[in-house]
Write a protein that binds this ligand. Structure first.
Ligand code: FEO
Length: 402
């Protein structure tokens, strides 16, 4: 790769990770990019580091533009290792730089690395760093998505360096949203935003709404959004903002998603009549079989649709492991404004469906009860019970107010 000009004196100097498929449990089937940016001015600024395995790509990009020892400012917007991993390696190349970071970021930095305290400047929302022609406005974004997080606005370029926010996990040759749409499609771009938001930012919808409002009050004009993953939004940054606002407002499509797993096939056989019952009520329905599909993919689909049904066999009086993992993963993401239900099969004793309902209720979701349970095998009368359960669920879904 080579550095790419984002705007006037601002360059992308990051790296592309074509191979990563497991991002701390989030399955990134399209890989990702670690974006960092270089701003040329009287005082040269590097925004963020990269994953430690990708240091050589990024430093080579920097060297093609400037000698690293000339860099004066190192802005650390976020300390998660996919961005901070190469921090020490960069510092060795940039002996004259000062580090700009939030208070919480500094505390994390000091736990992870030995840094000379006099080199670290803690910044707060509203503080401005003048680099010559350009003014950098720092804006803290705590819990979006870590406590240390902040974004930096390059005022004269009307460009927001937005760390993880507005990112996508997608390795491609496209550095910009318009290139991506031309190469892939608008749908693929939106789907990648949904995927990323659902798996990383879903718990923080209220904070996102408040922060977007705060950016407006601070006079931030989002002509370009440059996140630390995926594409730079230069053509249509409003698309990213609007999708975020929709998701933060828990907007979802009318429809149901069935997420299930099966042990000896009975729970899977229950899926088909339930789907028919839902479809016969005129409601769109999809199904995802766990173990064949990563939880993170299922979570994206759950975020899109208003109705969720979970199918689980009972194993050792509990939910089937893949279903339990999925529900606990979802629990941590705090989904809202959904209606949910559960079904499943059992042999000598049940327990899984009850456990699934307990977790769905603990998430604060409205539930349709009772769920349907089948002992050992699906007989004709069970098929009818499944069909009726699907119909009833679809009716409740249509009445569900969001
Ligand atoms: Fe891309 Fe929160 O790190």
């Amino acid at each position: 790769m080579e550095p790419i000009k984002v705007k006037e004196d601002l360059y992308w100097v990051g790296a592309i990770d074509w191979g990563v498929r497991d991002f701390h449990g989030y399955v990134t089937r399209n890989g990702t990019t670690y974006n960092n940016y270089l701003l040329l001015d009287r005082d040269i600024t590097l925004f963020d580091s990269v994953h430690r395995d990708f240091f050589s790509y990024s430093i080579d990009n920097v060297r093609r533009i400037v000698e690293p020892n000339k860099i004066k400012n190192f802005v650390i917007n976020h300390i998660e290792p996919d961005h901070l991993g190469a921090f020490e390696a960069f510092l060795r190349e940039m002996p004259n730089c000062k580090i700009y970071i939030t208070e919480r970021g500094k505390k994390g930095l000091e736990r992870m690395f030995n840094v000379e305290p006099s080199r670290v400047k803690v910044v707060k929302t509203g503080e401005i760093l003048n680099t010559g022609i350009y003014n950098l406005l720092f804006i803290e974004t705590p819990m979006l998505h870590w406590p240390d997080s902040m974004v930096t606005y390059v005022k004269e370029l009307r460009t927001l360096i937005s760390q993880d926010i507005f990112g996508i996990h997608f390795a491609s040759t496209c550095r910009f949203d318009d290139e991506f749409v031309e190469t892939y499609s608008s749908f693929e771009l939106e789907d990648a935003v949904y995927d990323y938001y659902a798996n990383i930012l879903m718990p923080f919808g209220n904070l996102i709404k408040a922060k977007i409002e705060e950016l407006g009050k601070l006079g931030v004009d989002l002509e370009v959004i440059a996140p630390d993953h995926g594409v730079v939004w230069r053509k249509d940054p409003k698309k990213a903002i609007n999708i975020y606002l929709d998701l933060a407002n828990c907007k979802s499509e009318m429809g149901a998603i069935i997420v299930y797993d099966t042990m000896w096939g009975t729970t899977e056989r229950m899926v088909f009549p339930i789907m028919r019952g839902i479809a016969d009520e005129g409601v769109r329905v999809k199904a995802i079989k766990l173990r064949s599909t990563p939880s993170s993919y299922a979570i994206k689909e759950v975020s899109k649709l208003r109705g969720l049904l979970v199918g689980t066999p009972t194993l050792n009086n509990s939910m089937f492991p893949s279903v339990a993992e999925f529900l606990h993963h979802l629990f941590g993401l705090k989904p809202k404004m959904k209606i949910a239900g559960a079904f499943g099969s059992y042999g000598w004793s049940g327990g899984a469906v009850k456990e699934a309902y307990e977790l769905l209720k603990k998430m604060g979701l409205e539930t349709v009860e009772p769920g349907v349970e089948v002992n050992y095998a699906l007989r004709d009368e069970d098929e009818k019970r499944c069909y009726d359960f699907g119909k009833n669920f679809a009716r409740k879904l249509k009445e569900f107010e969001v």
